[in-house]
Design a protein around this ligand. Structure first.
Ligand code: ATP
Ligand code: MG
Length: 671
């Protein structure tokens, strides 16, 4: 009987079913990538709702990105359990803050500022400090770091000694700027992104009425990607629970990649210590990837274990206590064999990107949809070469995925224009043509624009609206009905409220950090060279380990086709030489490759063999690239050092923030 509650348990294996049918009490699912953790908890929620154990409005599921939240909501709908709240920590906190602000704090809630730098300019002006824009960005990212680490200006000073001086100012000045920034923010009645969690935690701690009401609202909690929970998020979760234990957490310590936001897998690994009654379920079967892909992930994990054993022995020999590293879980693939993963090396970024574009054309021609292909990279600054190569090859792509689609400026403008015109008259030309006409008057053209970046994104957004009009029109036609503009607008408004972005057909370009929890048929892991992977500033063993986990996350995003590549230099004719990532060594052995499979001559710039001998060589102080020219040796910094071209910390925080920020304009919290 498909209507029976336990029909939703049918598509699960024994361990998954055990987890999904454990509806009460503390529950912890510990398992590797692609083993169906997210699937198990989604089915658990559906089962509990259908069995009448959970009231869907009393359960809160917390996911890592809004995209994952939207996916969970739509799966729950399909499983016959609508109405469950699946949100990110930020989105859930924001709704509570909005709802309780008048009662707990009074007055209207401040707006959320999206331009820290602008506010910081004012803060610096008040202190008569003059800094340039690049420095301000550094300072802004340092403020973000301090706030996610719950450091006040004073407590920052106590800890700051070992941190580099941000934006060229000393720590004391920075602390003053940080305080001044907070003052300006208060004066202008604004709060920033980090304040949302801080204030919600404060409100729940200080106001018993609020805490009681929230606890009454939510009885059951589910947290996905629990290995990346930050101390602040854990505090929020504890406040929601108020000592109760109706909590299910899911995670994989080997996928901890957000330590820089203060996240730590300790909460996951010590779950049973805090909840002695907890049931622990382990999953080992990998349903996502082919045996070839799974094998590479296993090799990478084993390599880490070997390295850890070495470090442990060293530390013990020196009388130190080694850290308690968790045992890696070996994955067992359930899928049929697929193509061998590839590992290639290219002369420069452009050659690498061009090669990737060629492979994508071949994949597309063999029937792989573009929406099933992703290019993942370490830093957002790397996307430009891929954008260019894909645009040249005529392949559509999406840079930001469907994140915050309805909050994009061009979409809001387009919606306003469509709404206005539909008020004036029904044109019946049919909706697709009307939509094209209206958007054309706003600069939309049928053909993709030449440029990349913002220009391209704007075009993509508008094209997605055109595509949606076509799709809805065709659906109505099949029912012998005609889509009206009014219906189209209503549909757009409903989708906007539900954050249900139209699907954009195109290759996904994303950072490894934002690819968490997602999967594609074909995945390209680009730029796997020293300096980028591990990234230049990853120096300590902890940081290197996190970089390796990031690669593990990347590899395990692929269902079938996996391409790993690196470039020897960043620019064509670039002088520095980068070697392939150290993490590739065991993978190369596994793939039976002595050397990278492919070398391409530099696309420009030739080296005169006679002059080479005379040059002294040295290595770049930041990324280890071999330097060959006099000036470079003097500076000890290679020309295209990643430390110079990417303000990485800023980028990481920005992408972390933007992956959460998409739900910032949610409607008021409803109890
Ligand atoms: P990650 O650690 O990357 O978040 P995960 O453990 O959450 O991975 P899921 O995303 O839930 O894994 O599942 C991975 C893929 O395997 C999905 O496509 C899912 O539908 C599929 N899958 C999971 N369990 C099963 C199953 N029992 N039978 C068939 N397919 C399954
Ligand atoms: Mg998952």
């Amino acid at each position: 009987d498909p209507q029976a509650p336990d029909a939703v348990l049918a598509g699960l294996d024994d361990e998954q079913r055990e987890a999904a049918s454990t509806l009460t009490g503390p529950l912890c699912i510990l398992a590797g990538a692609g083993t169906g953790k997210t699937r198990a908890i989604t089915h658990r929620i559906a089962y509990g709702v259908r069995a009448g154990v959970y009231d869907p409005h009393r359960l809160l599921a917390v996911t890592f990105t809004a995209r994952a939240a939207a996916e969970m909501r739509s799966r729950l709908n399909a499983l016959g359990a609508p109405g469950v709240q699946a949100r990110t920590f930020h989105a859930a906190a924001l709704r509570q803050l909005q709802y309780f602000w008048p009662m707990a704090i009074g007055g209207t809630m401040p707006e959320i500022l999206d331009h820290k730098v602008r506010l910081l300019t004012e803060a610096a002006r008040r202190l008569h400090i003059s800094t340039d824009r690049a420095a301000l960005r550094d300072l802004a990212s340092e403020i973000e770091w301090a706030k996610v680490s719950t450091l006040t200006p004073d407590s920052y000073l106590e800890l700051a000694a070992h941190r580099p001086e941000p934006g060229g100012v000393d720590h004391r000045t920075f602390a003053k700027l940080y305080q001044s920034y907070e003052d300006v923010k208060l004066d202008k009645h604004l709060i920033d992104f980090e304040d949302v969690l801080l204030l919600t935690v404060g409100m729940l701690e200080d106001d018993e009425r609020v805490a009681a009401q929230v606890r009454q609202q939510y009885r059951h909690f589910v947290v996905d990607e629990y290995q990346d929970v930050s101390p602040l998020q854990q505090r929020l979760l504890d406040l929601w629970l108020g000592g109760r234990e109706e909590l299910c957490v899911v995670g994989d310590a080997a996928q901890t990649i957000y330590s820089f936001t203060g996240a730590t897998p300790d909460h996951l690994l010590q779950f049973t210590r805090r909840h002695p009654q907890a049931k622990v379920v382990r999953l080992v079967r990998d349903y996502r990837s082919t045996p070839q892909v799974v094998q590479l992930a296993n090799v990478l994990l084993a390599d880490r274990t070997r390295e850890q054993a070495k470090i442990r022995a060293q530390m013990q020999a020196q009388g130190e206590q080694p850290p308690a590293w968790p045992d890696p879980l070996r994955l067992i693939s359930q899928r049929e064999h697929g193509p061998a993963p590839s590992l290639t090396q290219h002369a420069d970024d452009d050659a690498e990107a061009g090669w990737i574009a060629e492979q994508i054309v071949a994949l597309r021609d063999s029937g792989v949809p573009l929406s099933e292909i992703a290019i993942l990279y370490r830093t957002n600054g790397q996307s430009q070469a891929f954008e260019q190569a894909l645009a040249t090859a005529g392949i559509s792509y999406q840079l930001r995925g469907s994140e915050r689609f309805f909050s994009r400026r061009e979409v809001r403008e387009a919606l306003a224009a469509l709404r206005t015109s539909s008020l004036v008259e029904e044109s019946g030309d049919g909706v697709p043509k009307t939509v094209r006409d209206i958007l054309s008057s706003h600069g939309w053209r049928r053909e993709a624009p030449e440029g990349t970046g913002a220009v391209r994104e704007r075009w993509e957004s508008m094209s997605a609206l055109v595509g949606l009009a076509d799709q809805l029109h065709a659906e109505r036609e099949m029912l012998d009905e005609t889509l009206t503009m009014r219906q189209f607008i209503t549909e757009l408004e409903e989708r906007s409220a539900a954050q249900h972005a139209p699907t954009v057909e195109g290759v996904t370009l994303a950072s490894l950090h934002s690819a968490k929890g997602l999967e594609w048929d074909a995945v390209f892991l680009a730029g796997l060279s020293e300096g980028l992977m591990p990234i230049t500033f990853a120096k300590t063993q902890r940081e290197i380990d996190e970089e390796r986990r990031l690669l593990y996350v990347g590899i395990t995003r692929a269902r079938k086709h996996l391409y790993m590549s690196s470039a020897q230099s960043r620019h064509s004719g670039g002088r520095g030489r980068r070697s392939p990532s150290r993490f590739l060594r065991p993978l190369r052995r596994e793939l039976g490759l002595e050397e990278p499979t492919r070398r391409i001559a530099p696309s420009s710039g030739t080296v005169n063999p006679n002059s080479r001998a005379k040059k002294r060589t040295a290595t770049c102080s930041s990324c280890g690239t071999v330097l060959t020219t006099g000036t470079e040796v003097k500076r000890r910094r290679c020309e295209d050092c990643p430390a110079r071209y990417d303000e990485e910390l800023y980028e990481r925080l920005r992408s972390w923030r933007s992956s959460h920020a998409k739900e910032l304009d949610v409607p008021a919290f409803v109890v």
